[in-house]
Design a protein around this ligand. Structure first.
Ligand code: OFO
Length: 169
């Protein structure tokens, strides 16, 4: 039997991971139509990763004897003024998710659910990696500013990152 408070909190996290996937999908679409094929490929792939995060939580709840739940979703942002603004929003969103995972982790300690605390370790490491990746990308975009050649180069780099990403998580 799963701790009901932890189960409810994970179900809210499932909703957030699903939202993340939709948000990055909306962003990938924007990039594709605005002529950033590399950023688009990167974000399509990232949308898939978020779906995988969602499924990890779904299976975890069910395997522990709980029941995963789905909720309505808000419409994700789908218009951006620039690639820089878009990636600023990606980083903000990842920071929000990190805070949410940390809260969840704290709850597992309050509830003495150490099995879930252990399960969450993977997500804690994942958030660290995602935040640092998004920060690196954003720094590069800020550096080139509005320089078209520089932006073209960054887009190519994102393409390579999405094709050769060694970390499937
Ligand atoms: Fe981007 O890590 Fe899940 O939400």
């Amino acid at each position: 039997m799963m701790n009901p408070k932890v189960e409810a909190a994970i179900n809210k996290q499932i909703q957030k991971e699903e939202f993340s996937s939709r948000l990055y999908l909306a962003m990938a679409i924007w990039c594709e139509v605005k002529g950033y094929p590399g950023a688009s490929a990167f974000l399509y792939r990232h949308a898939d990763e978020e779906r995988m995060h969602q499924m990890k939580f779904v299976h975890y709840v069910n395997e522990r004897g709980g029941k995963a739940q789905l909720f309505d979703q808000e419409q994700p942002a789908d218009e951006f003024n620039s690639l820089q603004e878009l990636f600023e929003q990606v980083l903000d969103h990842e920071e929000y998710i990190t805070a949410s995972i940390n809260k969840l982790y704290e709850l597992t300690f309050d509830e003495k659910d150490f099995t879930t605390a252990n399960f969450l370790q993977w997500f804690i490491t994942e958030q660290l990696e995602e935040e640092s990746l998004m920060r690196t990308i954003l720094d590069k975009i800020r550096l080139v500013g509005t320089d078209k050649a520089g932006m073209f180069h960054i887009d190519k780099e994102l393409e390579t990152m999405s094709a050769g990403a060694a970390n499937p998580a």
